[in-house]
Ligand binder design. Structure first.
Ligand code: DGJ
Length: 915
């Protein structure tokens, strides 16, 4: 067998610098490099090639992992170490000098402040490096021209080189300290008192010296771009990790020890359970594991990077191994840290909102200081999403570089953007350190959740495409990849808790006639559940409502030609329930403090294996009891009074994460035990819409707000990183139950078309005519959804920026087909809309553009009134037009949307393709 490291070398050699001869073009080479890791063993430089971008880092002279580059792919022949901070000409390590100064005779050492290069002030910030002794040693100054840029090299720390220092300084014509100070920034020198440099008086007093210059530690070293930033050694940026040793020490200088490259992606088996993760194979990805160690304590840590060949993405995680003989307290461990060089301005983009208004796009300019996007609620939350993106300047939809990060995790998270004094920004993401503490015993391992890094040089659209493809190809449960969920009708807004057999069956019969493919019984079918105050936990059928039982109900639904699905909310228990009476200790609570239970329910303690086991068995028996093919897994609470009776008092800091791990265990067991069941996860609407959940459920309930206009905003924001297929989008009744807004059937359909379409309405109450309309829409959905679910999604008009309008498009390159929909939210009479310019098409191809649902209303030009028309009204004047991709993308479609809620939709096909 070939050892892992050698296998890696083979991968590298096959495509690496040595084999890249003149006969291989840059493009060809980049294609061959995608999904590989090129390691320059000499320089300890790692280049991670994804589809068309590259991520590079190196080991610095001290042994830290220094970030070099993230962006478009660069040739492997280019030596990138010149980007390294460590290579810079001016590296003053004041604190180290200060220490020496105190140790040595005051008059024997002088601190000289300057950087004759003058320009590179960033380098001057690398001041307080306590590891100077490991700093690779001084270069041989005699080989170097005595230029100002070489001053630092000449002024090495080795006393024996004092003569050379002197020579260099003399050659520079610098005769005293002030000359050096005047010349620019800073470097370090140890200068013999016999030199002709005279120290100004204050320096001769060690105290003054420390106060003023070892104060460099206050100044910090937030200049180096790092992959894993430590605290407590002079870098005052938000650290990547915080640890406490048994002696109370918090100084943890992790340094490079080794690395190995592995084809594919090793699974996350060290996570104290199973964390959700991206899946891939040896052909599509390569992983590099960089092992670091804290020299004296022997604590080890792996930085794990997996680079994908088909997408501009890298998955990162960190594994901590306690190889010491004492426990180590982990207080913070970010999954990924990226330090960015300065841009003229940095913008942070994230998704924030509230219940019924989830995931609005927020972009703000960063200024010095730290911005945290976080959840402390036990779920990823309605308020913030585990996602953040940085861009140079305000992010643009179509162009510009965007760097996105998403955490594959469903619990408390934090995304930190920390801009330090020199304008550089650290972006990192991981488990929220608030309420987190993990004591790692000797020989124990802690693995962080995975964090996905995505690069786009085509703005937010490009970033979305990378995330969409990544989640579709590498995250969704494999058996549901490239499948469209059957069109379903959910009973919630149709009957709420009144889920009687008669109600469900009459809904099902009418739905079946309209072409609905699945019925999902939502809340209210179990225990004594007539409202939200009871019965969670009592997962047995309510015989009064459903005397036929679940099996018979499912069969009767199946007999109508429909699949059957069921709602459950396993993580909660009602105070009024048999389960709670039997196991009052099974909840998360602090026994001596009254639990706040406004809704009469509690969160089960999923840190407990007995509770996990109970849920697995209880749910399994329900799922086995009937032909259930779909499960909506709800969770209508955030976690409060975090405390587990089952966890030692000193280990309560583990509870939030262990809850999440417990939930993942339950979901993993059930989804693998019932692979045919398609899960939809939900959390009081969209309160747990994250990449962690997508590992188990290929779709997530997006929001409790089903109003089409609200959904335009919610789905628009959600699309920033989540593909349309996982966005559950149901057509609901009018007036809408959350907003009382009335919108047309067509408008509601088109909003749902760009998601996983379902119905959330009492179909038995709608007119025959509307039923026919619905049937037509469902047929359209069946025909168009593969284009939307597998295609590239474009946000053509942004409802937030453009206020009164929104437009979306999906283009499936392989099929040469596109679907476009435009919505007018509020009309502005007398004012024309801009032409709708399409995106992503082949400029040279010819397309047929067909309006799929023509309007039935038009302006009466005599009176100015908008009137219903018997004949279809086409926005382009006719049913279809033919135009080149170039024309459609540059000239666009002149569509006249005239009233509030007016819409237009088009099906576009490359004329050269066969139908
Ligand atoms: C919250 C969900 O978001 C709704 O769709 C519905 O399932 C209710 N819970 C039921 O209690």
């Amino acid at each position: 067998m070939v050892p892992e490291a050698e296998q890696a070398t083979m991968v590298v050699d096959d495509v690496g610098p040595r084999n890249v001869g003149i006969e291989v073009s840059t493009e060809e080479r980049n294609v061959r490099l995608t999904g590989t890791v090129v390691v320059d063993e000499g320089a300890k430089l790692f280049r991670l090639y994804s589809k068309s971008s590259m991520y590079a880092f190196c080991v610095d002279p001290v042994g830290r992992i220094e970030h070099l580059y993230w962006g478009k792919a660069l040739p492997p022949t280019d030596e990138l170490t010149y980007l390294s901070f460590s290579q810079g000409p001016a590296k003053l390590q004041r604190a180290a000098v200060a220490k020496k100064y105190l140790r040595a005779k005051p008059s024997a050492t002088a601190l000289v402040s300057n950087d004759a290069s003058g320009s590179d002030t960033e380098r001057g910030n690398d001041l307080a490096d306590s590891d100077s002794s490991m700093d690779g040693g001084p270069p041989n100054c005699s080989e170097r021209a005595p230029s100002p840029q070489r001053v630092e090299s000449a002024l090495a720390e080795d006393d024996s080189s004092a003569g050379a220092h002197r020579d260099t300084i003399n050659a520079l014509g610098i005769n005293n300290l002030q000359d050096l100070l005047d010349a620019g920034s800073i470097f370090r020198a140890q200068i013999d008192t016999s030199t002709n440099i005279k120290c100004p008086l204050p320096w001769e007093n060690p105290r003054t010296f420390l106060g003023e210059w070892a104060g460099a530690a206050t100044f910090g070293k937030p200049a180096k771009l790092l992959e894993f930033g430590e605290g407590n050694t002079g870098d005052y940026r938000s650290p990547s990790f915080e640890l406490q040793f048994h002696d109370g020490g918090r100084v943890c200088p992790f340094r490079y020890r080794s690395h190995r490259v592995i084809p594919g992606k090793p699974s996350m088996k060290n996570a104290n359970g199973t964390l959700p993760e991206l899946h891939t194979n040896a052909k599509d990805a390569t992983t590099v594991v960089v092992t670091l160690v804290i020299e004296k304590s022997f604590l080890e840590c792996d930085l794990v990077y997996t680079v994908f060949s088909d997408i501009d993405a890298i998955a990162r995680r960190v594994v901590l191994r306690n190889t010491t003989i004492h426990p180590v307290l982990v207080e913070k461990l970010m999954s990924a840290t990226v330090d960015f060089h300065t841009f003229d301005s940095f913008f942070l983009t994230h998704l924030s909102g509230s219940w019924a208004n989830e995931r609005g796009i927020v972009s703000k300019e960063l200024s010095m200081g730290r911005v945290c996007i976080e959840s402390c609620r036990g779920t990823s939350s309605h308020q913030h999403n585990p996602f953040a993106a940085l861009s140079a300047g305000q992010p643009r939809e179509e162009d510009g570089e965007v760097y996105g990060m998403a955490l594959v995790y469903s619990g408390n998270f934090v995304a930190e953007a920390d801009m330090c004094e020199n304008g550089r920004v650290r972006l990192q993401m991981g488990i929220n350190p608030t309420n987190f503490e993990w004591e790692l015993q000797p020989n124990e391992i802690f693995e962080s959740p995975e964090c996905v890094l995505v690069f786009s040089d085509s703005g937010l659209t490009g970033m979305s495409h990378q995330f969409h493809n990544l989640f579709r190809n590498h995250l969704f449960p494999k058996q549901f990849q490239d499948t469209v969920c059957p069109v379903l009708i959910n009973t919630w807004e149709a009957m709420y808790f009144d889920t009687t057999y008669a109600n469900v069956m009459s809904l099902a019969k009418r739905a079946a006639k309209s072409g609905v493919e699945m019925l999902v019984v939502d809340d209210g079918w179990f225990g004594a559940r007539d409202d939200a105050t009871s019965s969670l936990g009592d997962w047995y059928v309510n015989n009064e409502k459903l005397p036929e039982g679940l099996a018979m109900l499912a069969k009767n639904i199946n007999d109508l030609g429909m699949h059957f699905g069921l709602w459950v909310e396993p993580e909660l228990v009602s105070q009024k329930s048999r389960l709670y009476q039997a196991h009052p200790d099974w909840i998360l609570h602090k026994p001596d403090i009254d639990k706040d239970s406004a809704d009469g329910d509690f969160v089960l303690d999923l840190t407990r294996t007995d509770v996990q086991k109970y849920l697995i068995e209880c749910m399994s028996s329900i799922f086995e009891s009937a032909n259930i093919e779909y499960v909506k897994w709800d969770m209508n609470s955030h976690i409060t009074e975090i405390y587990s009776d089952h966890v030692a008092p000193s280990a309560q800091g583990k509870v939030y994460h262990q809850y999440c791990m417990g939930l993942y265990r339950v979901l993993r067991t059930l989804t693998s035990r019932f692979p045919r069941i398609r899960f939809e996860t939900c959390c009081g609407g969209g309160g747990r819409f994250d990449a962690g959940m997508l590992h188990y459920s290929p779709q997530i309930w997006t929001s409790d707000n089903t109003d089409a206009t609200s959904r335009l905003f919610i789905q628009h924001g959600t699309s920033l990183l989540y593909p349309p297929s996982c966005i559950s989008a149901h057509i609901s009744s009018v007036p809408n139950h959350q907003t009382l807004r009335i919108s047309s059937f067509k408008y509601r359909f088109l909003v749902s078309l760009f998601g996983s379409l379902g119905l959330e309405l009492n179909i038995t109450t709608i007119e025959e005519e509307e039923c026919a309309e619905l049937s037509m829409y469902l047929q359209l959905y069946k025909a168009l959804s593969p284009i939307i679910h597998e295609g590239d999604f474009y946000r053509l008009w942004n409802p937030v920026e453009q206020k009164q309008r929104c437009a979306w498009m999906s283009y499936h390159q392989g099929r040469g087909e596109a679907v476009v929909a435009a919505f007018l939210l509020t009309s502005d009479p007398g004012h024309y809309l801009p032409r709708l310019r399409l995106k992503g098409l082949d400029p040279a191809a010819t397309y047929q553009v067909e309006e799929i649902i023509p309007s039935t209303a038009a302006h009466n030009v005599q009176t100015g009134r908008i009137e219903a028309c018997p004949a279809p009204i086409y926005k382009l004047g006719k049913k279809s037009i033919t135009a080149s991709g170039r024309t459609l993308m540059n000239a666009g479609l002149p569509i006249h949307l005239i009233y509030d809620g007016d819409t237009a939709a088009f099906y576009i096909r490359d004329s050269a393709r066969k139908m």
